[in-house]
Design a protein around this ligand. Structure first.
Ligand code: COA
Length: 256
């Protein structure tokens, strides 16, 4: 299996499992991840997903270079389109938070996958970069857009044009990862955050994810109107009744 899904209560961990190739993303791996992501999306009992890489060396060392080396123009476009639909956009559009636990190299498609996740934690040994121009390519799994959103145009263009890698500490300074921890604590820390998130209203979280994401596809005016719409929709949910009642009754909410 090129990916492994483990479910523990309301938290799931999805491991990209091709360690002998540094978890490089070939078609089979992307399809396997898509199947597991679909399962997580449909399973209402799962509140938060963590994505990590097998082994201690790599999160994902990029798209599989052996697989793309012989493609021509149409095949290249098809690879990017298919990957974006099945994996990268699919992760970003999940109605529940996805945390990347970046446990080593996150290069090319690996960094693009981490950037499709909503939150990123990294281990101290992680190295991040978009080396595509060293191969005569550009990032094709959303990297030109999501890196620019996360770190701004100047830093994004420095990373993309130099094909350079940055350390986990630098990535934190850049705002590319939220937190850096020792590798042995990475999953524990990611699970602790997941547990905190899992205690909040899943319906409100889904609205928040959709509203923040939508803001990148709309004008500021449309995005603020969209926020009004989603804010209003929260008032029609069971979670809103439970959250406000629990507060007034001085008890902890229990969201179903
Ligand atoms: N695609 C296909 N195979 C990959 C790969 C990728 N993106 N990244 C690593 N691998 C494979 C290697 O070919 C090697 O396979 P082999 O043992 O069958 O020869 C195995 O994974 C281990 O990698 P190796 O290069 O020997 O490890 P290293 O520690 O010397 O170097 C990296 C680690 C990450 C610096 C190096 O593997 C690398 O530069 N990878 C490509 C990164 C990249 O350009 N990604 C963007 C792709 S668009």
């Amino acid at each position: 299996m090129n990916s492994i899904l483990e479910i523990d209560g309301n938290i799931a961990v999805l491991t990209i499992n091709r360690p002998d190739k540094l978890n490089a993303l070939n078609r089979e791996t992307i399809e396997s991840l898509h199947d597991h992501l679909s399962q997580v999306r449909e399973d209402r009992s799962i509140r938060v997903l963590i994505i990590t890489g097998a082994g201690t060396k790599a999160f994902v060392a990029g798209a599989d270079i052996a697989e793309l080396a012989h493609l021509e123009i149409e095949g290249g476009e098809d690879l990017a389109r298919r990957g974006q639909q099945l994996l990268f956009d699919f992760v970003e559009q999940m109605p529940k938070p996805v945390i990347a636990a970046v446990n080593g190299f996150a290069l090319g498609g690996g960094l693009e996958l981490a950037m499709s996740c909503h939150i990123r934690y990294a281990s101290e040994n992680a190295k991040l970069g978009l080396p595509e121009v060293s191969l005569g390519l550009i990032p094709g799994y959303g990297g030109t857009q999501r890196l620019t959103q996360l770190v701004g145009k100047g830093k994004a263009l420095e990373m993309i044009t130099s094909a350079g890698m940055i350390s986990a500490a630098e990535a934190q300074e850049w705002g590319l990862v939220n937190k850096v921890v020792a590798q042995e604590n990475l999953l524990t820390e990611a699970k602790a955050l997941a547990a905190t998130i899992a205690r909040q209203s899943p319906e409100a979280i889904a609205h928040a994810l959709e509203t923040v994401r939508g803001g990148f596809e709309m004008s500021q005016k449309e995005a603020l109107n969209n926020e009004i719409k989603h804010f209003g929709a929260c008032f029609g949910t069971e979670d809103f009744k439970e959250g406000t009642s629990a507060f007034l009754e001085k008890r902890k909410p229990e969201f179903k």
